[in-house]
Design a protein around this ligand. Sequence first.
Ligand code: NAG
Ligand code: NAG
Ligand code: CA
Ligand code: CA
Length: 338
Amino acid sequence: MAAPGGCGALPRLLLLVLALLLAAGADPDLEPDSAPDSNPAPAPGGSCGCGAGRGGGGREAAARRYAAAQGSGSGRSGPMVAIPGGVFTMGTDEPEIWQDGEGPARRVRLNGFYMDQHEVSNEDFERFVNATGYLTEVAAAPWWLPVKGANWKHPEGPDSNIFNRMDHPVLHVSWNDAVAFCTWAGKRLPTEAEWEYSCRGGLENRLFPWGNKLQPKGQHYANIWQGVFPSNNTAEDGYKGTAPVTAFPPNGYGLYNIVGNVWEWTSDWWAVQHSAEEAHNPTGPSSGTDKVKKGGSYMCHKSYCYRYRCAARSQNTPDSSASNLGFRCAADALPERQ
Ligand SMILES: *[C@@H]1O[C@H](CO)[C@@H](O)[C@H](O)[C@H]1NC(C)=O
Ligand SMILES: *[C@@H]1O[C@H](CO)[C@@H](O)[C@H](O)[C@H]1NC(C)=O
Ligand SMILES: [Ca+2]
Ligand SMILES: [Ca+2]
């Protein structure tokens, strides 16, 4: 079995691990800290006895919390950029990871909209939690906590904190949490098409937001993984984990870290078949089980997760959260309070 994205030089052991994980249906980008699917085994020793998966109770509770968060505030999160309407080529006819549904290339027409200039930061999210008392899905699932004790305030478990990284992206937030935040801020999640159009920054047919070369003139343009995964993270780009949300040069639309740093939730349901017909403001399938995430993360390397490209995509269930998955919001009009 070939690892997605091509992996000529991978050691045999890593290939074997990959093959096992793929066979087990794990997320192929091999992200060890990623939340499992929506139906993990209950925490060892943790006896909730409820028999529900992580989404059990969570889904309904999240809906309740989301409803509670609605209408409780207007725009109070990071600055937005006006993205001009236009037509662009979404996806690619030269997919690097064909099973992700990167193709076909298709013309998509979008109305103008606004996009957060950067990923939602810990500070942004704390302002939201302070104002609403919102509990994230992970924090609201007590039986889940003993597994690692990780949540947005304690990204690596109970002994960790975010005090010295308030300007880093918020982590361990589910799709439902992201929707709650954007709604509170007077915004919404971007569609996959809006996200990809934003990523391309006005360039056509390029791999990355800045062009086709990963490191023009040797410079790093995104926070990804350098070194041998998973044993040796050399952090050549300056960051072993997340970076501040405004690190690295912005793209043509003035957007930071649109690829790399953390994956970003979009509003679309996941599917891998797409019509080649031109579309106008597409919003994806009307239903599904997973939501589309875009942009790759600080854990991505070409050898196993070549997904820090604008056309690349992956998915998680809406109640999943992970140490490398965040979001940014979009809007049709600027919220009243910036
Ligand atoms: C949230 O509330 C705490 C406690 O009042 C305060 O110290 C902190 O600065 C607030 N955070 C933000 C982002 O406003
Ligand atoms: C990690 O990779 C760097 C650069 O290739 C190398 O200098 C270093 O010795 C490696 N460290 C380990 C623990 O393998
Ligand atoms: Ca890095
Ligand atoms: Ca990102």
